[in-house]
Design a protein around this ligand. Structure first.
Ligand code: ATP
Length: 256
C-alpha cells in the first residue's frame, strides 16, 4: 500500500497554474527524486504536502489520512502526520546554537508549533536529559557534535544544510521532504550527503522525497524519479528510465 497517494492535484496562483492534475504514489521506504526546470512546481508540491497551501483541486492521502481542497491542516500540525521537511532557503534559527536548533525539532514532535517552541526555549521537555542525548546523537551523525554550542548562523553553508536535516529528523518523521539539500555544497560535501541520505533512510526507516538539481546525486541516491515540467508530471521511473526518456531529455536536459 502506498504511503503517499496524490490524486488530481492542482494548484493555481491567480492566473498561474503551478501544478496541473498531478497523480502519483510513493511506497514506504522509497527515496524519490523530484526534478524539473525552474518554476516547474516542485516546491509548490512540497508546500501542498506540508499544508502551507491548500490545493485548488484534488486530494493528498498520507498514511490513509486524506486532505483535499476543503480540509487542510495547519503547517505546524503536519508533523503529527509524520511529515518533516527542509527548505530551499535555509530556515535555521541563526542566533541560537546548533544544539538548540535540533532541540526545537524534538519540541515540534511534542505537537507544539514552532512559535511556541521558541517562546519556551531553552528547555521544556518531558525528559530534558533524553532530548539532549538524542540531539547530540543526531549531531554526531552529521559530524556536528563539536559545533553544538556554536551559533547556527556561524556554520559554513554546507553544515547549515546538514543541520537542517538533523533538525527535521528530530521530529521523528516517517516521510522526509528535502528541498535541494545539496544546493551550495561543494563536490566533497555533496558526495558525503549522498551517503548520509542513504544511511539515514535505513537507520530511521524513512521514506524520502528530495528535490534536487544535482543530477549525479539524484541518479545515485533515488530509486525512482518524478519529473515535473510546467506543473505537469511528464515522466516517472527509475533513474535509467528517466535518463533515456525522450520527453525528459527534451524538457529538462535541453536535448532534441
Ligand atoms: P525552482 O526549481 O526554481 O525552485 P520550482 O519547480 O520549485 O522551481 P515553484 O517554486 O513551485 O517551482 O513555482 C511554480 C510556479 O508557481 C512558478 O511559476 C512560480 O512563479 C509560481 N508560484 C509559486 N509560488 C507562488 C506564490 N506564492 N504566488 C504566486 N506564484 C507562485
Amino acid at each position: 500500500m502506498p504511503v503517499l497517494r496524490v490524486s488530481n492535484l492542482s494548484m493555481s496562483f491567480g492566473g498561474i497554474k503551478a501544478l496541473s492534475n498531478i497523480n502519483l504514489e510513493v511506497e514506504r521506504g522509497e527515496i524519490i527524486g523530484l526534478i524539473g526546470p525552474n518554476g516547474a512546481g516542485k516546491t509548490t508540491f512540497f508546500n501542498l504536502l506540508t499544508g502551507i497551501y491548500s490545493p485548488t483541486e484534488g486530494e493528498i492521502e498520507y498514511n490513509l489520512k486524506k486532505r483535499g481542497t476543503s480540509k487542510n491542516i495547519k503547517p505546524h500540525k503536519i508533523i503529527g502526520y509524520g511529515i518533516s521537511r527542509t527548505f530551499q532557503n535555509i530556515r535555521l534559527f541563526k542566533n541560537m546554537t546548533v544544539l538548540e536548533n535540533v532541540l526545537i525539532g524534538f519540541h515540534n514532535n511534542f505537537r507544539y508549533g514552532l512559535g511556541a517552541s521558541v517562546l519556551r526555549l531553552p528547555f521544556f521537555y518531558k525528559n530534558e536529559k533524553e532530548a539532549y542525548i538524542e540531539a547530540m546523537n543526531l549531531l554526531s551523525i552529521f559530524s556536528l557534535s563539536d559545533k553544538a554550542d556554536e551559533f547556527a548562523g556561524n556554520l559554513p553553508y554546507g553544515e547549515q544544510r546538514k543541520l537542517e536535516i538533523a533538525r527535521a529528523l528530530a521530529a521523528e518523521p516517517q516521510l522526509l521532504l528535502l528541498d535541494e539539500p545539496a544546493a551550495g555544497m561543494n563536490p566533497r560535501e555533496t558526495q558525503e550527503l549522498m551517503e548520509l541520505i542513504k544511511w539515514i533512510k535505513d537507520r530511521f526507516n524513512l521514506t524520502i522525497i528530495l528535490i534536487e538539481h544535482d543530477m549525479s546525486l539524484v541518479m545515485n541516491v533515488c530509486k525512482r524519479i518524478f519529473v515535473f515540467d510546467y506543473g505537469i508530471l511528464i515522466a516517472q521511473g527509475t533513474p535509467q528510465e528517466i535518463q533515456n526518456n525522450p520527453a525528459v531529455i527534451k524538457a529538462y536536459l535541453g536535448g532534441e
